[in-house]
Design a protein around this ligand. Sequence first.
Ligand code: F0G
Length: 361
Amino acid sequence: PESGPYGVWRYSAGLPFEEGVSLPEGGTPLHYVPRIEEEVGVNNLRIKHEGMNPTGSFKDRGMTVGVRVAKEVGVDRLACASTGNTSAALAAYGARGGMETLVLLPAGKVAAGKVAQASLHGARILEVDGNFDSCLDIVQDLAARGEAYLLNSLNPFRLEGQKTIGLEIMERFHADEGTYPDRIVLPVGNAGNTAALYKCFRELRKAGAIDEGDVPKLTGVQAEGSAPMVEAVEEGNDEVRRWEDVETRATAIRIGNPVNAPKALPGIRETGGTAVAVSDEAITDAQRSLAQEGVGVEPASAASLAGLRKLRESGEIGADEDVVCLTTGHLLKDPDAAYEAGGDPEPVPNDTEAVLDHLGE
Ligand code: F0G
């Protein structure tokens, strides 16, 4: 629409408020990527680029609702544990709402752009000598002692906002193609998005807006070094075993204890989806392929395309499928990873003839 609320708050009918603490967020593009579509060999491939949100990740959709709730409740201090993006979003939305923010980060394991954001937006940043899962344990303790209001995806209001990713995908895809996507492939860390999308589809079903056969198969992707959800799906377990040691270049999803697994596992199963683990090399290849189509994403985001490729190769995803890959964060979030995946600049003298020489012309 030309006027009225933008993005997330267009869907206020499905949210707990009419408006939030907003920057505004949502309304992200659903890119066509014809060269990758052809190479992967599916009927239709679209990229929902959540890196185009105000702080560069999908977390903004959850924060606009969560911080509004915090304002309503009248808390002083907002807190989260984070692999980076949640902390950037919390810092920005907390600042917007005029509230104090505290973030706990795993020391040395957060991409530069994310720490820079949290810092400049005014969060108090604590670097914990441990991984993300330990940070989340501590911040849950702080919240339980009344020291702060918890804004990790354990907070159900975050997931309410993140549901709008599903609403936008369904609306846009149907407007363009006249059908709904067969499958949504997304990176999984704490499994908040997987849970949010599942809730979105259940609500659309309940409202009679879509039929059972319209629900996309939720397909989660993790990095091989950090894949407890994949393990649970492959072994058919109802619970996820916490991995104490996790490692991947995709630091955003370097998570061993996906706290939303109880809400997300049924989503993967009931929709007929699956979960798959991919190597860091495959993630980098996918990041490069997306960049070559002009779509700049951070490593964790590229896991979705890497997962799609792997499941096409194994035949688990058919050539006739319409697929949406979710890319969760912007390229600039992790400039070091982007630089490594790209190439080095070429130094040249300060002289046109020398530049032409260098170019070989
Ligand atoms: N992609 C990116 C870029 C992320 O930052 C995250 C999570 C995920 C995917 C996984 O999403 O948890 O809903 O399964 N980042 C959190 C953070 C943990 O602290 O920024 P999920």
